[in-house]
Design a protein around this ligand. Structure first.
Ligand SMILES: C[S@@+](CC[C@H](N)C(=O)[O-])C[C@H]1O[C@@H](n2cnc3c(N)ncnc32)[C@H](O)[C@@H]1O
Length: 227
């Protein structure tokens, strides 16, 4: 379901670079359906790189999908004419770092389809700082994990508030059941942590308590707000 929701955000006919492709399931599925015209599957690790090569070979898609052993956006060559980049299933900070390191490899015309496992605020901050607008966001729960999908394109500069970076500007607007459930669970967790820190015998840095306290206030206000 997670990769299906990501797939739904890839524009029809795109030339996709799927970074950290693992088995290459996303580009293979999209090409088999005729939903994209070509793809690069990038992998930094040898075992998943070989798995992606095998998936592409077994699907008879070698002419359309190029599998490359490369770190992050180094998988993209200027001649690929990439129009969409997906980076899914890594921490938000890892995704941010690989975008930052090689942003010169992006033409600025690509749609970014990002599915961070945690660390989404850092990724939104990078998008804002680099002239991207968030076009779509969704949250879904699968196998007891909450996943966020963030779709962005370069556009008019936009400022997001600290709360919008934390929760997601569009997720805050749409307040889907999956989104509200996730934050309800998170509120319980943070309140529990705060109570444990209050009982801790060793000194806990004040900054840490203040950070958690601020998150608890933000989440409570979010959940109490009228739609
Ligand atoms: C958990 S898997 C996710 C696979 C797939 N994208 C998905 O969402 O199901 C993360 C993959 O990213 C790869 N990866 C991590 N850092 C990377 C980097 N800097 N460049 C390319 N691939 C990377 C890992 O080797 C691993 O195969």
């Amino acid at each position: 379901m997670r990769l299906e929701r990501v797939a739904a955000q890839v524009p029809a006919g795109a030339r996709l670079a799927d970074i950290g492709s693992d088995h290459g399931y996303l580009p293979v599925a999209l090409l088999r359906r005729g939903a994209i015209s070509a793809a690069v599957a990038g992998e930094v690790a040898v075992t998943p790189f070989r798995a992606a090569q095998r998936s592409v070979r077994e699907s008879g898609l070698e002419e359309h999908i190029c599998v490359r052993l490369a770190n992050g956006l180094e998988a993209i060559e200027p001649t690929d004419g990439i129009t969409a980049v997906s980076v899914c299933g890594m921490g938000g900070e890892t995704i941010r770092d690989l975008l930052e390191r090689d942003k010169a490899r992006l033409s600025g015309q690509e749609r970014l389809i990002l599915q961070p496992n945690g660390g989404a605020p850092a990724l939104r901050q990078w998008l804002m700082d680099n002239g991207y607008r968030i076009l779509h966001e969704e949250m879904l729960r699968e196998n007891r994990f909450d996943y966020e999908i963030i779709v962005a394109e370069r556009g008019e500069p936009l400022r997001y508030s600290a709360e919008q970076l934390y929760f997601g500007p569009l997720l805050m607007q749409s307040r889907s059941p999956a989104f509200l459930d996730k934050w309800q669970r998170e509120l319980h967790q943070q309140q529990k942590t705060l109570a444990q820190l209050g009982r801790a015998r060793q000194a806990v840095p004040e900054q840490k308590i203040a950070d958690i306290g601020r998150q608890v206030r933000w989440i409570s206000a979010l959940l109490m707000a009228q739609p």
